[in-house]
Design a protein around this ligand. Sequence first.
Ligand code: ATP
Length: 233
Amino acid sequence: MISVSSLVHEYDGVRALDGVSLDVADGEFVAVAGANGSGKTTLVRHFNGLLEPDAGDVRVNGTPVSDDLVAARASVGMVFQDPRDQFVAGTVREDVAFGPENLGLPREEVEERVAAALDAVNMTGRGDDLLSRLSGGEQERVAIAGVLAMRPDHVVLDEPFTGLDQPARESVLDRLDALHAAGTSLVVVTHDLRDVFERADRVCLLSDGRVLADDPPAEVRDRLSAASVRDPC
Ligand SMILES: Nc1ncnc2c1ncn2[C@@H]1O[C@H](COP(=O)(O)OP(=O)(O)OP(=O)(O)O)[C@@H](O)[C@H]1O
């Protein structure tokens, strides 16, 4: 469970989040949508302590993130906007193994986690591939595998479809469906709700650092334009 309460974030005195409250229950699929600059990335970077609140409270499984950064980062896996930003190795296998290796897990468990994570993103047998030779969609899936290998309770994806063509987009969506079905909670940040709208349990609309709506998709439709988000249907 991720619980955000009255969160305020300022960059050099400029308010990017202005009292945001939001809960993500275990197993839930929440879409966070809003115009450029509405505060989406700033919000999710608080979920695992990449940013510190200027006011308000962010808890993961009941514990304030700032009290236990290691626990928050184990529980909340983050897939960043450009997957290349999070690669740390040359090959698919080395990259996906990096997180579990840093947990100090035995070699067999690392191998088992890497195999399961690659399987989950449909990249079985691609461990020796060079990351630099993968397509954008494949890179996105490897970034997701790197997060899955940490076995997080929640996976947060910031604009996961940027630059992907329709087949790559569908392949990532398939993987998200499988994760959701397996009980992982998902937070997908997007300015484009296409394909996500009907999958989400809830849509949180941000506008100028405030929550404009946080409801099931059918109930937020009439507020999409106020948040400068295009109706996907
Ligand atoms: N590192 C930073 N320093 C200063 N201001 C920032 C920084 N990061 C974001 N901002 C500002 O904070 C506000 C919210 O930005 P944020 O990136 O959270 O929005 P967003 O909804 O994710 O936007 P986008 O869809 O363009 O990624 C914007 O006004 C942005 O210019």
